[in-house]
Write a protein that binds this ligand. Structure first.
Ligand SMILES: Nc1ncnc2c1ncn2[C@@H]1O[C@H](COP(=O)(O)OP(=O)(O)O)[C@@H](O)[C@H]1O
Ligand SMILES: [Mg+2]
Length: 295
């Protein structure tokens, strides 16, 4: 079923991979998407909605790649395909050279809404996925969850319940829960979109620290340009639906990063560069909608 490497984690240190546009092209990308087509069936009809078309993306081990794009352009759909939740209609979607056949513990998804189990403590929310997989003993699961809560700064509230936590704390549990299964690839779909701006900035820096500590590889969807610029080694901008990546923008700074970076002229210039491509794509999407409506 799962396309996993049997839980092996030979992830290299963050920053050791080719953080250039695309990857080296030697076929060694951790995640490789080529010519991806994803259709959704329209209910009660033979027609389909094409969400993603001719989409190429490659992510090396240790990379942090952000996807930005107009609303409805297929970012979540692509992430869901990588997670194995949504099938592709054409193209090749591979993890370490093997086609992704479905969901697997080698990939963990972090959704915008934490959806924590309200009747479980913080600690047992984090152990939940491990209990389901039944691959490790209960005591080991609790130890691993405790270590992760330490890492995300929640050791003190391990016995609390989700309702007792702030939005930022819930986002941390959400992250710890995804990390608990020791994924090779973290898939994050606007995980901080629902939290306030200050907490979001704190969480962004925390995420970079956590990814560095875990040598994580991350594919992160956001609509927030500054978030993408702060987090990513590469920002991939989607064009309008059917979505494909129209431009990849290299981010030059080492990770983890300090908040100071946000106040530099280089950061402002990078945000502007991303915005130019993104707003071009949004304008194109609007034109296509108007043309569609006029037809
Ligand atoms: N489960 C679904 N069934 C049918 N259409 C869907 C489904 N999920 C998404 N879509 C459509 O696919 C397109 C891309 O959606 P999505 O991937 O959610 O975009 P984004 O995350 O970029 O906002 C949209 O037109 C959306 O309406
Ligand atoms: Mg989405």
């Amino acid at each position: 079923m799962p396309s996993s490497n049997n839980g092996q984690t030979s992830i290299g240190p963050a920053g050791d991979s080719a953080h250039s546009l695309g990857h080296a092209g030697d076929g060694a990308a951790h995640l490789s998407a080529r010519g991806i087509l994803i259709d959704y069936a329209k209910p009660g009809s033979r027609e389909v909605t094409t969400a993603v078309q001719d989409c190429d993306l490659s992510v090396d081990r240790g990379d942090f790649v952000c996807l930005v794009g107009p609303s409805g352009c297929g970012k979540t759909t692509l992430l869901n395909a990588v997670a194995g939740f949504v099938p592709i209609a054409a193209g090749a979607l591979e993890l370490d050279g093997r086609a992704i056949p479905g969901p697997g513990p080698d990939r963990a998804m972090v959704f915008q809404q934490p959806n924590l189990l309200p009747w479980r403590s913080v600690l047992t929310n984090v152990t939940y996925g491990l209990e389901l997989s039944k691959k490790i003993k209960k005591a080991d699961a609790r130890r691993r969850a405790s270590d992760l809560l330490e890492l995300v700064g929640l050791a003190d509230v391990a016995q609390h319940y989700p309702a007792q936590l702030s939005g930022g704390m819930q986002a941390r549990v959400n992250l710890a829960r995804a990390l608990a299964v020791d994924p090779e690839l973290l898939l994050l779909d606007e995980p901080f979109a629902a939290i306030d701006a200050q907490t979001r900035e704190v969480m962004q820096a925390e995420l970079l620290r956590i990814c560095a500590a875990r040598d994580a590889t991350a594919l992160f969807v956001t609509h927030d340009i500054a978030e993408a610029a702060f987090l990513a080694d590469r920002v991939c901008v989607f064009g309008p639906r059917p979505g494909r990546i129209v431009k990849e923008i290299h981010v030059p700074w080492e990770r983890p990063r300090d908040h100071e970076i946000r106040r530099t002229p280089e950061f402002a210039a990078l945000c502007e560069e991303i915005a130019d491509v993104l707003y071009g794509a949004i304008a194109e999407a609007r034109e296509m909608q108007l043309e569609g409506a006029a037809r």
